[in-house]
Design a binder for this molecule. Structure first.
Ligand code: 4NP
Length: 162
C-alpha cells in the first residue's frame, strides 16, 4: 500500500554501510524524540550494490552507539522506484549527487536530489567525507556533520512549535 506519510526522505551514500545508515538513524531519533514519527518515512540506500544485504559497518555502529544511535538498517542499492516514492533524496557528497541526478528518470525526481551539508547550521563543510578508510576521527566527523544537518533538515520541514 502506498505510504501516506507527509515527509518521505531517502539518505544516500556510496556503500550504504557508513554515512547514509547513520543519517537514517540520526534523523529517526530526532523525529522520534520530537514525537513526529507518524509524519515521517525515513530510509537509506547506496549507489553500489557491493554491500547489499549487509548490516552497517561495525566501526560506524560502534561510534554511533556511543551517541545513543542504533544502526539497524541493511544495505540496499538505490532503486528507480525511489525517485517516485521519496520527496527528498539526500546525497552525502558531489559524487553521490552527480550519480543520483544521472539516474533520476525525470526533472521532477532530479529536483528531489539534495546535498546533506546544505542543511548544516553550524558546521562549514560542503560534503560528508567517506569514513571507510579513515580512523576514529572520520567516523566522529560523520556523526558531527549528520547531527547538525539532520537538525537543520527537521527544522526546515517542521519549524519548532508548528
Ligand atoms: P559509505 O562508505 O558510502 O559511507 O557507506 C563506504 C562504504 C564502502 C565502500 C565505500 C564507502 N566501499 O568501497 O566498499
Amino acid at each position: 500500500m502506498e505510504s501516506t506519510t507527509e515527509y518521505k526522505i531517502l539518505f544516500v551514500c556510496l556503500g550504504n554501510i557508513c554515512r547514509s545508515p547513520s543519517a537514517e538513524a540520526v534523523m529517526k531519533k530526532l523525529v522520534r524524540d520530537a514525537g513526529l514519527q507518524d509524519r515521517f518515512e525515513i530510509d537509506s540506500a547506496g549507489l553500489i550494490g557491493y554491500h547489499e544485504g549487509e548490516p552497517a559497518d561495525s566501526r560506524m555502529r560502534a561510534h554511533a552507539s556511543r551517541r545513543g544511535y542504533s544502526l539497524d538498517s541493511i544495505s540496499r542499492p538505490v532503486r528507480m522506484s525511489d525517485f517516485y516514492h521519496f520527496d527528498l533524496i539526500i546525497g552525502m557528497d558531489d559524487s553521490n549527487i552527480d550519480k543520483l541526478k544521472q539516474m533520476a528518470p525525470d526533472l521532477e525526481s532530479e529536483a528531489k536530489v539534495r546535498r546533506m551539508t546544505d542543511f548544516c547550521c553550524n558546521k562549514l563543510y560542503d560534503y560528508v567525507p567517506d569514513p571507510y578508510y579513515s580512523g576514529a576521527e572520520g567516523f566522529e566527523l560523520v556523526l558531527d556533520l549528520l547531527e547538525d544537518a539532520c537538525a537543520g533538515l527537521l527544522a526546515s520541514l517542521v519549524p519548532p512549535c508548528s
